[in-house]
Design a protein around this ligand. Structure first.
Ligand SMILES: *Cc1c(COP(=O)(O)O)cnc(C)c1O
Length: 551
């Protein structure tokens, strides 16, 4: 079997590097010709039947390396091609070259970042991530902590756990016996449910702060009311979550002001201080514009987007007020999965209050041994290497160029869309990369019609009718993308839609499940998207609408 493993020594025949090159090339052959469809390989169809696909056994005999790897490559037939100019479906980036390679390299010698002995110098990636980002957040970099973990969901869970440990000081031993609250906005990500459920706090202990209709930001008056009432009732708050960039609307909660409100209404006596967690997994990278020189504008962004970049950078400056921040490099950081990082401002505190005793079979051989306080035991280095390589490779200017460049495309789409009478952008105030919009029948003035549907309860049935149209157009576009359909010899875009990114104005409490706004979604996440692609996407939306209405 020795010939089936990479050799521990130099020289001789070692298939690893050569095979890697060969199979990356084979994978690359799945890319389409120029102007081909936005999926890989020849067919966009699903190749298996569920659940029959599971009716399979381990082969009796040893396989052949090339044959097995050819089968791996085949699994990518039909997979989305995230770098394709027609791909704009969600917050899924094409990964940058440095991060892909760094993440792959982590597998060759299997660094385990649970502790120092098995990670050795590879731990620099996690430690220097803490330092680089701590500096960016205006924290003390040396006392900043970082834990690469299993997604933005993992970060949220860590943020909640931090609060539970700090506020319910005996909960690590006795269990959670007090209904502590976790407070987040109406727009917070649904992972709030995973975190409260799996940590045993219970989903009923989630408390929602109302959000402003126009800005989607947390309403500070309502937050203050909640904190005052809980304090008066003797009910502790474990964690307050500010979403710094909501998934659809890219809204930033006013975290600096939230900190002030929290300071005015501390937890009742006998409980620790509530943790302020910033869920910045989507929005974090706008912080790169915190210190951009807007006067000389060295990267020559257009006047159209300069004020937006400035406002986004200013909003993220307030991350300095958080106790902990979650960021996803695999979202608006152009790195592969999973490369999420949970950062905390006070490493001395976090690491001591979560500290567990020593394990008999692991010894501390270096000063950094996160296994004593992490949720996970073994942790792959792939996320930490991907994140760290991205920070070092892009630097500030590289990240600014990618983000700003894609934002130019978004505003181009917005401007073209505004000139289409049958379409209306429904998130015109959002400063992120997403455009949400609705398409109406040809003869309808979309802007007027939508305004009435949004505000007038008498127009509820029209709202619902056009929600159905939006959904049908969205599904038609997906069907076309998967079928490799062409219009005028060109492929159609891979987009998506939201079945309710906000409630109608007369449904502010959300009690009417149907009085919500559906919208088509363009979420450009790669640098190959051009103004032409954006124009073409709108043309395809109109074609899809016509086909749906004529069916
Ligand atoms: C995507 C997202 C999450 C979940 O992150 P994963 O990396 O998918 O686990 C949490 N919060 C927000 C705001 C998100 O957009």
């Amino acid at each position: 079997m020795a010939s089936e493993f990479p050799s521990p020594f130099r020289g001789g025949k070692d298939p690893l590097a050569a095979q890697l090159e060969k199979f990356v090339e084979k994978l690359d052959l799945l890319r389409p010709e120029k102007n081909g469809p936005a999926y890989l390989g020849k067919s966009g169809a699903l190749s298996y039947a569920y659940p029959d696909v599971k009716n399979v056994t381990v082969p009796q005999e040893m396989g052949d390396l090339d044959a097995v790897l050819d089968d791996v490559v085949k699994l990518f037939e039909g997979a989305p091609n995230w770098g394709h100019p027609l791909t704009m479906c969600n917050v899924i980036p094409q990964s940058n070259t440095a991060a892909i390679i760094a993440s792959m390299l982590s597998q060759v010698f299997s660094a385990n970042i649970l502790e120092g002995e098995y990670a050795w110098n590879v731990h620099r990636a996690e430690l220097e991530t803490a330092g680089m980002l701590g500096n960016m957040f205006d924290w003390n970099p040396v006392n900043t902590g970082a834990i690469y973990t299993y997604g933005g969901g993992g970060c949220w869970t860590y943020g909640l756990k931090y609060g539970l440990t700090r506020v319910l000081t005996d909960s690590r031993n006795k269990g959670i016996r007090t209904d502590a609250k976790v407070i987040c906005s109406q727009q917070a990500h649904y992972v709030q449910q995973n975190a409260t459920d799996w940590l045993g706090l219970g989903m009923d202990n989630i408390v929602h702060v109302r959000t402003d209709v126009a800005t989607n930001q947390m309403d500070l008056g309502h937050l203050e009311e909640l904190l005052r009432d809980f304090a008066a009732q003797g009910v502790p708050v474990a964690t307050v979550v500010c979403t710094m960039g909501t998934t659809d609307a890219s809204a930033f909660d006013p975290i600096g002001k939230v900190r002030e409100v929290m300071d005015r209404h501390p937890n009742p006596e006998g409980f620790g201080k509530a943790v302020l967690y910033a869920d910045a997994v989507v929005g974090w990278s706008w912080i790169y514009f915190k210190d951009y020189d807007f006067d000389t504008n060295p990267l020559q962004f257009s006047d159209r987007i300069l004020p937006v970049l400035k406002a986004n950078g200013q909003a993220m400056r307030e991350l300095s007020y958080a106790d902990a921040v979650g960021i996803d490099f695999h979202k608006v950081g152009w790195a592969p999965y999973v490369s999420s990082c949970f950062l905390y401002q006070n490493a001395t505190e976090f690491e001591s209050i979560h500290r567990r005793g020593a394990d008999a079979y692991l010894q501390a051989r270096t000063p950094y041994n996160p296994m004593y306080y992490t949720l996970e035991v073994s942790r792959t280095a792939s996320g930490s290497l991907a994140g760290w390589a991205t920070l070092k490779y892009f630097g500030k200017e590289g990240m600014q160029a990618v983000l700003g460049g894609i934002l130019e495309s978004k505003y181009y789409l917005y401007d073209v869309l505004s000139a289409h009478p049958d379409m209306v952008c429904v998130n015109p105030d959002d400063s992120g990369l997403i455009t949400l919009f609705r398409v109406y029948p040809k003869d309808v003035d979309a802007k007027v019609q939508y305004g009435r549907e949004l505000n007038d309860p008498a127009m509820r049935s029209d709202l619902i009718k056009h929600n159905r149209l939006t959904e049908a157009v969205g599904n038609k576009l997906f069907e076309w993308f998967r079928a490799g359909k062409q219009i005028d010899g060109k492929h159609t875009p891979y987009m998506s839609f939201s079945t309710g990114f906000r409630d109608a104005c007369y449904n502010r409490d959300g009690t009417d499940a149907e009085a919500v706004v559906y919208a088509l979604k363009s979420f450009p996440m790669n640098v190959f998207i051009t103004p032409e692609t954006m124009k073409w996407a709108l043309r395809c939306v109109e074609e899809a609408r016509d086909e749906v209405l004529n069916a």
